[in-house]
Design a protein around this ligand. Structure first.
Ligand SMILES: [Zn+2]
Length: 366
């Protein structure tokens, strides 16, 4: 990679090369300024750690986002207002989504507030049983927020619902946005401590809690892999870690359905989110085991269906109903009125179609 760039660089005319070098120097200076800006730091060790984290992070290999050695030079419009071409200084390019266009989509306007984690009021019953979510596509990336094995899982913990996963993370270590998105909330919020919530284009929201520092602002558009803050232990926390949640329409589900935190990889490009995932007992299970669960669920459903039918039949048998014959009643009209047939009426009452109905007499109709 490095050698390729070198070779290409030698073919580029000197003024451009100088320009690129100048631009790189500017970027470094800018980075230096950002790092040395006072952040109200409390402690030299933490500040040094932050510095190390910030300086090191752009050099770390990013699995799903190939970092470019060269600089972004220009953006060019395409026929699709949604997509732009990002041109690099080495004359390579790639398609990107135009944030100014994307962030005005309804998903980033409806049910939007910067005040509280809850922003939806959708009854669970109103949600579809299954929702297919595009997690990443060719225009959007992914980066694991903090690659490490989960030490406290989603679900019930000491009889309290744990809405996310806890990932060990030292104070001052970077926390990355998992996907592209818009910051819905960035502030201290009760037990969460310093909290960042990012909403993504597919409607998912990701929560990053207990941060020592927040580096993003409300309504800011960020791309996957952006450092949104630093690990910490603010709020209701017994030690430095990252509490990470994934929510859809306000309902939390186990983030391990999406991400294998230990390897840092995504499990799905398209994920079928099922309503049952919102249940606190619905912890991630590997796919092969999940199929077995589905089969069991199927059995349970069959049994429930059979029980429901039996109950209906029992009720129907109980619901014997009579009609008192009045002036003008005919078997045909009564059959229509009680959603039955003339033949059934005849059978239930032991009469014939030609039998004359007597006023005031009771006729069984069900
Ligand atoms: Zn937690």
């Amino acid at each position: 990679m490095q050698n390729d760039t070198e070779t290409k660089m030698n073919h580029i005319k000197t003024p451009i090369k100088t320009l690129i070098t100048a631009a790189s120097v500017m970027a470094l200076l800018l980075l230096q300024m950002l790092i040395s800006a006072p952040a109200g730091a409390q402690d030299t060790i933490i500040r040094d750690r932050q510095r190390t984290a910030l300086v090191n992070s752009p050099l770390e290999p990013v699995k799903s986002l190939a970092p470019k050695a060269s600089m972004a030079k220009d953006t060019i419009s395409t026929a699709n207002p949604y997509i732009k071409v990002l041109l690099y200084s080495d004359y390579t390019w790639k398609y990107i989504k135009d944030p100014s266009y994307v962030q005005n989509k309804d998903i980033f306007i409806d049910n939007w507030n910067n005040e509280a984690p809850s922003s939806y009021q959708c009854p669970l019953d109103s949600l579809p049983d299954e929702t297919a979510l595009w997690i990443v596509d060719s225009l959007s990336g992914y980066r694991c927020p903090n690659q490490v094995a989960v030490y406290s899982k989603f679900g019930y913990r000491h009889r309290r619902r744990h809405q996310g996963v806890d990932l060990p993370l030292d104070t001052g270590k970077p926390v990355y946005s998992a996907f592209d998105g818009k910051v819905r909330l960035a502030k201290y919020y009760k037990g969460y401590g310093n909290l960042v919530i990012i909403r993504h284009e597919n409607g998912l929201e990701t929560f990053y809690a207990h941060l020592s520092k927040i580096y993003v602002q409300d309504n800011q558009w960020i791309s996957a892999g952006t450092i949104i803050g630093l690990g910490g232990s603010t709020g209701h926390s017994t030690g430095p870690h990252l509490h990470f949640e994934t929510r859809y329409l306000g309902y939390a589900f186990d983030p391990e359905w999406l991400i294998d935190f230990e390897s840092g990889t995504l499990r799905h490009r398209v994920f079928v989110l099922k309503k049952k995932h919102f249940n606190a007992n619905s912890r991630y299970v590997p796919e092969s085991e999940e199929e077995e669960h589905d089969i069991e669920d199927g059995d349970t459903k069959d049994k429930e269906e059979a029980a429901r039918k039996a109950e209906e039949e029992r009720k129907a048998a109980e619901a014997v109903q009579y009609h008192t014959i009045r002036q003008g009643d005919t078997l045909g009209a009564l059959a229509v009125k009680y959603h039955t047939s003339v033949r059934t009426l005849c059978r239930l009452n032991g009469i014939k179609e030609t039998t004359i109905l007597q006023l005031g007499k009771k006729l069984r109709v069900k």
